[in-house]
Design a protein around this ligand. Structure first.
Ligand code: HEC
Length: 127
């Protein structure tokens, strides 16, 4: 548990760096910036600002969401069908039917760029 808290704290700092410095060290690509706006509107209420989690949903800037464990298709599936509670204790994620596949393409880009900026990269799925 302590490990998770530490990771989220580091993530918050780096993500804040990205936000305040769009012209700074780690700018988001245009597609990711579009995705960030869609994320804030549709996902941040549960997954937190910059995907760092809230009391309603888990951080997506977490190693279990690295692309080797949760590939892009699992993100599309979560948005279109929702996902039952299985990794955490926040309850089920309801389908996000107002989020189009096109919006999701940008949202996934946004999450992946934030993940990469925080050292969360593809790892072989071993669980
Ligand atoms: C009402 C709250 C809520 C909203 C809104 C929400 N989620 Fe979730 N989401 C959850 C919860 C809770 C889980 C964790 C389920 C578990 O593993 O226990 C989750 C899990 C996920 C997962 C992991 C799926 C898997 O296969 O394990 C992804 C990816 C995801 N959410 C993406 C998104 C995206 C993108 C959006 C916005 C389009 C979004 N969520 C909006 C609550 C939410």
């Amino acid at each position: 548990m302590e490990f998770v808290v530490a990771v989220v704290a580091v993530v918050a700092v780096v993500a804040a760096g990205i936000d305040s410095g769009r012209s700074g060290s780690t700018p988001l690509s245009p597609l990711a910036a579009t995705g960030g706006a869609a994320f804030d509107q549709n996902c941040a209420s549960c997954h937190g600002v910059n995907g760092t989690g809230s009391d309603k949903g888990p951080p997506l800037l977490h190693d279990i969401y690295n692309p080797g464990h949760h590939n892009d298709e699992s993100f599309f599936r979560a948005a279109s069908q929702g996902t039952p509670r299985h990794h955490w204790n926040f309850g089920d994620m309801p389908p996000q039917s107002k989020v189009s596949r096109q919006d999701m393409t940008a949202i996934v880009r946004y999450i992946r760029e934030l993940q990469e900026a925080n050292g969360i990269v593809w790892r072989k799925h071993t669980m």
